[in-house]
Design a protein around this ligand. Structure first.
Ligand SMILES: Cc1cc2nc3c(=O)[nH]c(=O)nc-3n(C[C@H](O)[C@H](O)[C@H](O)COP(=O)(O)OP(=O)(O)OC[C@H]3O[C@@H](n4cnc5c(N)ncnc54)[C@H](O)[C@@H]3O)c2cc1C
Length: 390
């Protein structure tokens, strides 16, 4: 017979969203370590397909937790936005840092464990049954009765599917991404100068997004992390041929797609219509929905963890487990509260198809950036001072 464990809080998923929830709770009160458990189907360091760009928003959250990224990472000091022959640059120290997600997530898990948080790895959740006084979660090894469950199991959230929680329509709010890693020499200019590129010329091929080039490190070796992000925010439009777009982009960079391993994974983006919580359960990170504009998810996942922790602490303090205030807390947060505007911006930009109109819009980038910085400074992942460099 399986044993039943009882616990105050169960966090499903030990990615940035789940571990950030745990770290924020322990930061509020160390005794939380003994009151919660994190379960993950994978064992760290586990593979996670990702560009690994942690923006200043994410770095600030880590800083407030007393953490500075330890695994090897690359400082990005310049971001170039391209559309055809138009190129703008934005600079800061750093604009973001590129990590390898297997190493970054493993490091976060070790930080949680160092604070006495129990992280059970290699234990997939197989069933979830909400009850009035607890949520029963069955893993491969055990059954756990938790007063609150945080669902942080990523874009393909098993728990959401199991509970039929969410978007029932034909067009789920999901972006498609393809990614490749290619070996580079460390004297490649993007490495030497810490430059990342977002090339929106892919919009001409029907991509509702861009092709990226991020200098990265794998096992200490210089690698270029490249990929294509298609928000699919205009889901009624035909799907772009992402593999062809990426193959063309690689060819322009002197690389052949057939020579490298191609991998794909979705990002679920924020959907206003989605209930972010139910009594005793709340969603965090990709399971809740992140950004469809540039596909930024790590900072938002860390941000969800902070708000989830605050909501959980308040629920126990009031002995009220409806968690009905979670949505308001998310939307009031200076970081997560920009998600509806990022959705709006993606809808506007990726609606455009005419190359003439796109050129006009891209030439006006400094103006759009200044307007956004005035109206909602937190909405852009990067500072608003752009310089044309083509
Ligand atoms: C190709 C690609 C490139 C990206 N590049 C960037 C980038 O450069 N910058 C950026 O900010 N964002 C990027 N993102 C988005 C970012 O990766 C995600 O938003 C982020 O990982 C979300 O974190 P999370 O903790 O919500 O989910 P995840 O990191 O996906 O963690 C979910 C965890 O849940 C576990 N899990 C799943 N099912 C179960 C189960 N049944 N039982 C137990 N555990 C389970 C998984 O093993 C996993 O550890 C990219 C995404 C993709 C696909």
């Amino acid at each position: 017979m399986t044993q039943i464990e009882t616990i105050d809080l169960l966090i499903i998923g030990s990615g940035p969203a789940g571990i950030s929830t745990a770290l924020h709770l322990v930061q509020m009160d160390e005794s939380w370590a003994g009151r919660m458990m994190v379960v993950d189907k994978a064992v760290h360091p586990r593979e996670k397909l990702c560009g690994g760009g942690v923006t200043q928003s994410g770095l600030r959250i880590l800083d407030a937790l007393g953490l500075s990224i330890e695994p090897p990472n690359i400082f990005i000091r310049e971001v170039q936005f391209k559309y055809d022959d138009i190129t703008f640059a934005v600079r800061d120290e750093p604009l973001f840092r590129v990590v390898r997600r297997d190493e970054f997530d493993h490091w976060l898990v070790r930080e949680a464990e160092a604070r006495e948080v129990a992280v059970r790895q290699g234990e997939a959740v197989r069933d979830v049954q909400p009850h009035a006084d607890f949520v029963a979660v069955t893993t491969e090894k055990n059954t756990i009765h938790a007063k609150i469950v945080v669902v942080a199991d990523g874009s393909n959230s098993f728990v959401r599917r199991k509970l039929n929680w969410g978007h029932g329509g034909d067009n789920p709010p999901v972006a498609r991404l393809l990614e490749v890693l290619t070996p580079e020499t460390p004297d490649h200019p993007l490495f030497a100068q810490g430059i990342a590129v977002f090339d929106f010329s892919a919009q001409n091929a029907g991509v509702q997004g861009y092709v990226w080039d991020f200098p990265s490190l794998k096992d200490g070796q210089a690698m270029m992390n490249r990929g294509v992000f298609d928000s699919r925010i205009r889901a009624e439009r035909p799907r772009a041929a992402l593999k062809t777009v990426l193959a063309d982009a690689l060819r322009q960079r002197g690389r052949e797609l057939s020579a490298v391993a191609l991998k794909g994974y979705p990002i679920r983006w924020f959907d206003r219509a989605l209930a972010l919580s139910r009594p005793r359960m709340l969603l965090a990170g990709d399971a809740a929905g992140v950004d469809p504009f540039v596909g930024e998810g790590i900072s938002f996942a860390l941000g969800y963890g902070k708000i989830a922790a605050e909501t959980i602490a308040a629920a126990f303090a009031r002995n009220d487990f409806s968690l009905a205030d979670y949505r308001r807390r998310v939307l009031d947060d200076s970081l997560l509260g920009v998600l509806p505007l990022r959705v709006w911006m993606a809808r506007k930009l990726y609606r455009l198809r005419s190359p003439r109109l796109l050129r006009w819009v891209w030439r006006g980038l400094p103006l759009w950036m200044r307007v956004l910085a005035m109206v909602r400074p937190a909405v852009m992942p990067f500072p608003p001072r752009v310089e044309r460099i083509d």
